[in-house]
Design a protein around this ligand. Structure first.
Ligand code: FES
Ligand SMILES: [Fe+2]
Length: 380
């Protein structure tokens, strides 16, 4: 007799619907270390506490009297009330349920009915940082480095503009590959991009993929306009940091109207989800803060062009993004899919955080599949 509590493994498509999970790429259970954009800085006033879900984890964030932000796991280590119902006291937070108080490191510092705090009543704390008008959270108590700033504008005064989060019913790694997917860009957007010889590690943390495209002789009004403004050639760089930050550096080496060097536009993406099942990627346009009316106007013009570019690409795709994906690795093309393959390997090499609900996994490949017990006939 067949045991119907066990899946009928003989009929599963191991190539596209494996029982085993992928390593980091596209894996909801694997959350890489890195800074995640949590909320707008303005959302949390002094002495206020709020709760958020990020990468499937419920956290609380508060701002103390001095203006500094702190974050803890949301649930009180005593009997589990969400600390957002409590109140901020100096740098600390007091739980409403039984009045226990916790400092910004997550240690219990006061229990109203006891003479001394309970040492074991400690909860997880997280590093926070404010950058680009946002509060960022790091999935550990200490972050080894600050939030990423594009290399070319480090040390400069910055100007930024938050765009609307891209919400997709798929893992946030899927849209990450869109801009480096030469075949997709040709098939759907009818643009030839050239990925060869342009992949490198810029430094030990930054994977950089340089892509170029000839702007076609425009037949449409928009095409003619694009060629008039940008000239015959267009290049952009996609960079990836830490498995959860992407950077699009547009209008690389472009002369506007064939005359003026275009100010480069950096779009930093926080690659994240709140709840499993839907990604919410936040694009942030970041540029050097420029003095003078003309300089600021040029910057805004480039930001506007970038936004228009996004809208045009989105229109090509119709109403639905390519969300229903069962990503497989074994049929990527050597040449055209090289940027994608490189990015997947890069992501799979990233260390995982405490928010992960899996141990590291080895990607299933053909050899492993053939040895796998999944392929053995079931006893029935
Ligand atoms: S649940 Fe927080 S003090 Fe008891
Ligand atoms: Fe696309």
């Amino acid at each position: 007799m067949r045991d119907y509590n066990r899946p009928d493994l003989n009929h599963l498509n191991q190539g596209t619907q494996p029982l085993d999970r992928l390593d980091v790429f596209g894996n909801w259970d694997a959350v890489p270390l890195g800074w995640y954009a949590l909320c707008d800085s303005k959302e949390i006033k002094k002495n206020k506490i709020k709760t958020y879900k990020i990468m499937g984890q419920q956290v609380v964030v508060w701002r103390d009297e001095s203006g500094a932000t702190h974050a803890l796991d949301a649930f009180c280590p005593h009997m589990g009330l969400n600390l957002t119902q409590g109140k901020v006291e100096g740098r600390q937070v007091r739980c409403k349920f039984h009045g226990w108080r916790f400092n910004e490191k997550g240690s219990c510092t006061h229990i109203p009915c006891a003479e001394s705090p309970k040492k074991s009543a400690k909860t997880q704390s997280y590093a926070t940082q404010e950058q680009y008008g946002l509060i960022w959270i790091y999935p550990d108590e200490v972050a080894p480095k600050p939030v990423f700033i594009p290399h070319d504008i480090r040390g400069k005064e910055l100007d930024w503009w938050h765009m609307k989060p891209l919400k997709r019913k798929c893992h946030p790694h899927a849209p990450m590959i869109n801009g480096i997917d030469a075949q997709h860009v040709k098939a759907v957007h009818d643009i030839n991009i050239v990925p060869e010889g342009s992949i490198r590690m810029r430094d030990e943390e930054t994977l950089e993929i340089y892509l170029g495209s000839k702007i076609p002789e425009g037949t449409t009004t928009l095409g003619k306009l694009a060629r008039w403004i940008l000239g015959p050639y267009y290049a952009y760089i996609n960079s990836f940091v830490d498995g959860n930050i992407a950077l699009l550096n547009t209008v690389k080496d472009v002369k506007l109207f064939g005359k003026w060097k275009a100010p480069e536009c950096n779009i930093v993406y926080s690659i994240r989800y709140f709840e499993r099942g839907e990604s919410s990627i936040l694009p942030i346009c970041v540029t050097e803060k420029r003095r003078g009316f003309l300089a600021r106007l040029r910057t805004k013009f480039v930001l506007l062009l970038t936004k228009i570019g996004f809208e045009v690409l989105k229109n090509d795709e119709g109403d639905e993004f390519f969300e229903d994906l069962r990503f497989r690795h074994d049929n990527l093309l050597e040449e055209f899919d090289k940027p994608i393959k490189t990015l997947i390997d890069f992501l799979n090499s990233k260390p995982l955080s405490k928010w992960s609900t899996t141990q590291r996994k080895v990607i299933i490949n053909k050899e492993k599949q053939s040895k796998s017990s999944f392929n053995q006939p079931m006893d029935c």
